[in-house]
Design a protein around this ligand. Structure first.
Ligand code: SF4
Ligand code: SF4
Ligand code: SF4
Length: 288
């Protein structure tokens, strides 16, 4: 091994969970750490300036404000490889649901109902300007690798790091969650959908076919169908596969086959686009 790989880590509009998933590598960290030099990671070390000539930059979180935008542009200029690390960076993640509201609605709600200091007063200085919407980082810069998941699986972090060290493409799944799910599908559609806590699901049968709002058919695999294996519908946290342009549209298409039952789902937008609203195509068309 020649020089160490210089790596940068940053959290933008995210929760730090992706950083924690790196620590979840446990003893595997010992295999990769000797080959890495972490040159920028504000979450663990106080380095003010982003250094030049970074080999790999892992960006957690999407773009919410002008400061995030400025940082990610600087990161792009100074890095050879930029990874959209986790679903917030890749597709906006849960913060992207804020795009259902205008910037003014968002600020008024936060500062009139949540803030206890000077309620109703919206600060206009010393805070970076909010953008109109949360954006995946690929809306602002070119991204070299998408590592989805909320958070990404530790083994995917390891595979990405090792692949980059070895100069090859990481081996990541291209399938959907249903492909990894052991539950039996009979090709039927439910007459009505129900909440996760209603009834007791049959442990063998597909949750969607039992009327639970599973997103496995519209979600990239990689987690080993962790949730449906545990009796909980997939919520879609790995985002879309490369075979489709929009996760929400893929889910809507699958649910439409159940006819009237799907029409009665109360919050279809947040079900189908829970993790990918900021990357959804229809709002982008309306923005234009
Ligand atoms: S992808 Fe999930 S774990 Fe990562 S920053 Fe977003 S919310 Fe947190
Ligand atoms: S339970 Fe969900 S993930 Fe499993 S086969 Fe059915 S729709 Fe797919
Ligand atoms: S089953 Fe779905 S929601 Fe659960 S971890 Fe996997 S992709 Fe995420």
């Amino acid at each position: 091994m020649a020089d160490k790989v210089k790596i940068g880590l940053i959290q933008l509009c995210g929760c730090s969970g992706c950083h924690m998933s790196l620590l979840d590598l446990h003893e595997k960290l010992l295999d990769v750490l000797p080959n890495l030099e972490i040159v920028y990671a504000p979450i663990v070390a106080d380095v003010k300036e982003i250094p030049n000539d970074i080999d790999v930059f892992c960006v957690e979180g999407g773009i919410r404000n002008e400061h995030d935008k400025h940082l990610v542009e600087e990161i792009r200029e100074k890095s050879k490889i930029v990874i959209a690390w986790g679903t917030c960076a890749a597709y906006g993640g849960i913060p992207g649901l804020g795009n259902l509201y205008s910037k003014d609605e968002f600020l008024n709600t936060i500062y009139s109902t949540v803030s206890t200091d000077n309620p109703g007063e919206i600060p206009n200085e010393e805070l970076p300007e909010l953008l109109d919407t949360v954006k995946p980082i690929s809306d602002i810069i070119k991204v070299d690798l998408v590592l989805p998941g909320c958070p990404p699986r530790p083994e995917h972090n390891a595979e990405a790091i090792v692949a980059l060290l070895e100069g090859r493409e990481p081996k990541l799944s291209t399938k959907i969650v249903c492909d990894d799910c052991p539950r039996k599908k009979e090709g039927t559609y439910p007459e009505k959908f129900k909440r996760t806590f209603e009834g007791t699901p049959d442990p063998e049968r597909c949750l969607f076919e039992q009327g639970y709002t599973c997103m496995g058919m519209a979600t990239k695999s990689g987690c080993g169908a962790m949730c449906p294996k545990a009796g909980v519908p997939c919520r879609g946290c790995f985002g879309k596969t490369s075979a489709v342009l929009d996760q929400g549209a893929a889910a809507a298409n699958a649910y439409a086959a159940s006819g009237k039952a799907a029409l009665k789902i109360p919050d279809k937008v947040a079900l189908f686009n829970r993790f990918s609203m900021a990357a959804a195509l229809i709002p982008k068309k309306i923005e234009k």
